[in-house]
Design a protein around this ligand. Sequence first.
Ligand code: UTP
Length: 470
Amino acid sequence: MADYEDIRRRLGESGQDHLLRWWSELDEAQQAHLLSQLAHVDLELIRRLWTQAAEAGTKAQVQWERLEPAPVRRLAQSFEEWEQEQEEAEIGEAALRAGQLAVLLVAGGQGTRLGHPGPKGTFPIGPISQRTLFQIHAEKVLALSRRYEVPIPLCIMTSPENDGPTRDFFQVHNGFGLDPAQIHFFVQGTMPAVDAATGKLLLADKHCLALSPNGHGGVVEALVQSGLADYLEGRGIRQVFYFQVDNPLVKVADPLFLGQHLQAGAEMSLKVLPKASPEERLGVVVRQGGILRVIEYSDLPPELASKRRPEGELELWAGSIAIHVFDLSFLKRLAEASSLPYHFARKVVPFVDEAGNLVRPEQANAIKFERFVFDALPLARKALIVETDRRQEFEPLKNAEGENSPATVRQALSDLYAEWLRSAGVHVPRRPDGSSLHAIEVSPLFALDAEELRAKVEDLEEVSGPLLLQ
Ligand code: UTP
């Protein structure tokens, strides 16, 4: 308990001494736990952030002048553009074959909206097989490793809360066929929640702070502080393909995207697509005074979000779908400078009150602090933004019902595989709205894309019921 006096003094100086209120009631293990949590909290940072949030409100402070759409490489329209893409894809494939790319999956979120017990990656989403999100992602990495004859590292960011269950899940499933040496778990940092009115840190229990993961932007420091960035660099990794656990449509390690990133000499690249509506919960990529940045959907005033061009397209149309390529050296530079800002969100956070009772507030009582990975964009010396097609790449699992729910994600997967089959000349019945009538699923180990599938379904003429290819 050598730290106790020091911590007590620091807490006293910052008006946080209530955190030791129950100290004498705690057993030794609980005391040690609380002390170790407190030792990791930067009280000065918390005070500064809470003051900012209290003064400015939880919305990001954005100057709305001179905001313009970001320059985006649009989908190929001409034969020349298509040819250029072939060349770029070859550059990406060469980099993959050379073992230059690692895959980085962020899976440390709490998945509150989905409400699935356990890490979100363990959610069964395959339209027929009930493959989990983790299985789909891991099988893509396995299939790519076979295709490019190189063990592509799969780095998975977890949180302190879901790290154990995530590792167990991979172990029980034998890493979904990946070599254990290919899979690297690392744990992201946490931030304490504070009482919105007073800035005081909240206790989740008498011996526990109310902590939550520090946002997907926590990946930058966690990757470096865990030693994984250096390890990867030592193994010849130069670029990292970043994606989020909730989108099973993602083209993991997309060679075209990687080739475009390399060809552009970018430090960070992003995929975007036209927002379906002004309200769609995607950050928009904009340029302001020559600087590129992503504005979170909740920060963008509705009148700006809904502004349209004469042709009808949204003025700020480019929604970021959280698919990136980063230069590893750029991530290391960002981590050294601890450069990503914190965002504030008002949330309901249960806490232990002065009488020692656990209170579950009905309304937001606390402020949580999170970093967002897309805040790296303005810090990149060069960045590339490319458009992609929603149907081919994006339907995230966010909610239990309604939009971005298991039903829409399974349908989007069936629709994607139906398109692949159609392009191979197979008749696949549609509903009046164009969606696939039947559930269809293609294992990543059967085919990773339409081209690979074509060679394997030569004898198939028609889909007449649910179809699972694996
Ligand atoms: P979301 O912002 O959608 O959060 O995360 P979530 O945790 O999945 O769901 P809600 O908001 O609680 O309902 C987008 C991606 O970023 C990861 C998530 O795991 C998901 O892949 N993430 C988010 C982290 O890895 N760490 C975080 O602290 C937050």
